[in-house]
Design a protein around this ligand. Structure first.
Ligand SMILES: Cc1ncc(COP(=O)(O)O)c(C=O)c1O
Length: 364
């Protein structure tokens, strides 16, 4: 079955008739520089803790996250990936008459909202085709475009910043008025850490002012640990106490907790990632443009690219070059006219550009 998330190498390997290990995976937006040594060391030195239950209060982990964000530990709830905390966010959103979200949207939002019977209202992000934007301005339009949600909308809001899959970054100034408009605002900042601190548009600093604000963060993408599962929510302590009562008491395993206690202090890895991303993303962006494709200017570690017949392109890249890109069929608004790729190391990005060039020039 065609995957609805990136990173499904078993499916790709079957199509490419090769072992999964030889496929170069651009479909999951994971930092290629990781996992950092600090994370692997923490895992190795905590293996003996496997015979104990985790601390159900996650005191050390919460202290470490709190220190990183300069907030009180009571405002933090670690989870089994941002995906778990999305579930509890959606349980709360489902109590409101409507939840508004932007589409295309990360596929798991549908899973979590549907699980609690939330009434969802979708607001399309205007893509280029719908905007009649002149060719020369096309690349500039996704940055700081207005959030396409009417001022009359009420209830809950589920927002993703930077937005997956377009890569668009909304500013704090754009989001602030929505906090007065909606009863509950959940902001999924799973990719925010890919921006250097001075460029981030996080609402974490404003959480104490808005009891109706929930921020979700993931540690699986930036630190390249999707198999470990670790994320956290930042929100009013009363809300987080409620979530803790709803869920399994040990949602985060001991190894993930040990990693979370150290990686946020790994300044060297963070700086290395920001340095790499700036150059590697523009390399990929320019490469796509030179091939006549239309990449969206993304703020995170992935790029959405407009092209013809992306599913056929995906098949050719897989079968001829053993490269996997993310098709956009699971995003109803995008379909076969777009693909999404993670930014990888510069030699790997070059392999993708060369593979695409070969397909465009010689049909393979
Ligand atoms: C926008 C967005 N939010 C949340 C997640 C889930 O992250 P985690 O691995 O921390 O559960 C993903 C994963 O792809 C994502 O793309």
């Amino acid at each position: 079955m065609r995957p609805v998330h990136g990173g499904n190498l078993a499916w790709a390997a079957q199509l490419a008739q090769c072992p999964p290990s030889v496929i170069l995976d651009f479909s999951a937006s994971i930092n290629p520089l990781g996992p950092p040594a600090s994370a692997l060391d923490a895992i190795a030195s905590h293996l003996t803790d496997l015979c104990h239950y985790p601390d159900p209060r996650y005191t050390e982990l919460r202290r470490s996250i709190a220190q990183f964000h300069s907030i009180s530990p009571d405002w933090i709830l670690p989870g089994n990936g941002a995906a778990e905390l999305l579930t509890w966010s959606c349980r709360e959103l489902a109590t409101l008459p409507q939840t508004h979200r932007l589409v295309p949207a990360f596929g798991d939002y549908g899973r979590a909202l549907d699980a609690f019977g939330a009434q969802t209202v979708d607001w399309p992000i205007p893509l280029r085709d719908g905007c009649a934007i002149p060719e020369r301005e096309r690349c500039a339009i996704t940055q700081n475009r207005l959030i396409p949600i009417p001022a009359t909308a009420t209830g809950g809001l589920l927002l993703n910043n930077p937005h997956n899959p377009t890569g668009q970054l909304f500013s704090v100034a754009q989001i602030l008025p929505l906090l007065d408009q909606f009863a509950l605002v959940v902001i999924d900042e799973a990719f925010m850490d890919f921006l250097p601190p001075a460029e981030q548009e996080s609402l974490i600093d404003r959480v104490a002012d808005f009891p109706n604000l929930v921020i979700l963060r993931s540690l699986t993408k930036f630190y390249s640990l999707p198999g470990l599962r670790l994320g956290y929510a930042i929100a009013h302590p009363d809300r987080l106490k409620r979530w803790q009562q709803w869920r399994d008491p040990w949602a985060v395993n001991v190894l993930a907790a040990a990693v979370g206690e150290v990686v946020l202090q790994d300044v060297e890895f963070q700086q290395k990632t920001w340095n790499w991303l700036k150059l590697a993303r523009s390399q990929l962006f320019d490469g796509f443009q030179q091939l006549g494709l239309n990449p969206f200017p993304g703020a995170a570690n992935f790029l959405l690219v407009e092209c013809e017949a992306s599913v056929e392109l995906q098949r050719q890249l897989l079968q001829q070059h053993r490269i996997l890109i993310r098709d956009c069929l699971s995003f109803a608004q995008l379909g076969d006219r777009f693909f999404r790729v993670a930014v990888r190391t510069e030699p790997e990005n070059q392999r993708l550009i060369d593979g695409l060039a070969a397909i465009f020039q010689h049909g393979g």
